[in-house]
Design a protein around this ligand. Sequence first.
Ligand SMILES: Nc1nc2c(ncn2[C@@H]2O[C@H](COP(=O)(O)OP(=O)(O)O)[C@@H](O)[C@H]2O)c(=O)[nH]1
Ligand SMILES: [Mg+2]
Length: 364
Amino acid sequence: MALSCGIIGLPLSGKTTIFNLLTGMQAPTSDFFTGKTSTNAGRALIPDERVDYLSAMFKPKKTTYAQVDMVDVPGLVRGSSQGEGSGNEFLATIRNADLLTHVARAFENDEILHAEDSIDILRDIATIDMELLFADLQIIENRLSRINAAAKKKTEHPLELPTLAKCQEFLLTEKPLKLLQLSAEERESVKHIPFLTDKPLLIIINVDEKQQAAADYPGRQDVEQYCAEQGYKWLTVCAKTEVEIAQLQPEDRPLFLEELGVSEPGVSRIAKAIYDQLGLISFLTAGEDEVRAWTIRRDLPAKAAAGKIHSDIERGFIRAETVAFADLQSCGSMAAARDKGCFRLEGKEYPVKDGDIINFRFNV
Ligand SMILES: Nc1nc2c(ncn2[C@@H]2O[C@H](COP(=O)(O)OP(=O)(O)O)[C@@H](O)[C@H]2O)c(=O)[nH]1
Ligand SMILES: [Mg+2]
């Protein structure tokens, strides 16, 4: 199953623009409040130079990049949890996302209204944080009333009730659950509840060209300090311009990106931040049929990594014939890499590394 990422933020912060940038789709964006309640869903292909390189080398029938499912939900506003704006019911669609991306507006443009009438990034981040927090409190209240309404108080786990109380108390101090220390058993007792404030959160600060060039925006230091304290990752993207650049011919893009002052397209930077935050890496398989990137947890043992491809390969695992992408690239061909002894035969416990090109030997 592909990873999934929910895109949240105030209305008119650039959520749909980021969604389009990541998915290459053309969902309508808007200059004014639409009160829209529909959700955009699409798939982002994770750019990967290693896949490009292998694909040029093997000329396979099929090239498959790693993917992340993106869901762009309507804007949250202050009070969404109390029914303001479009309410917050739609948050249910991202409860099972692997991570959340919050788009916050820094760009200046008088033609585009701001949900809170002025640019104040820290305030906006805190507003959304509060709405996520209220949504988690709601979920706890609902769960508690369900448990209490039943004739026999039936919980999923003996520790569920005390842990819910602990979570509730912590949320009331206005802190995200990801900062709450729980024992492994406490965690287990509430793991059926998909809390939003427990999810990894990536803040995308949507800057304009001037801010991007200056690598600065109003209140940057305070924003960065807050993000660090809350355990969030952050990056800046000039979403609108990057969408325009992405529509150019590939050979024309680097020049415009350079002019914008970014070394790498936003899609790659966002993808790296997502992988980094989730502790994920990619290993690669390459052959005449298919060149493909596979997403796994960092250091997953080779045998389990084989299971990502097929359960038969995991069951019948013999060895993982492995060459690091960097070694292949410096040797220039598979044959040269083999001659220079860059291929390794790894056993089932081998912790797979980012960029390993693996040919699994198996027997069923
Ligand atoms: N100047 C500027 N405008 C942007 C940027 N990102 C989005 N916009 C504009 O802001 C408006 C709202 O964007 P949209 O993606 O629909 O926001 P959403 O409501 O959060 O989904 C649209 O008119 C976009 O073209 C940006 O980086 N710079
Ligand atoms: Mg939108």
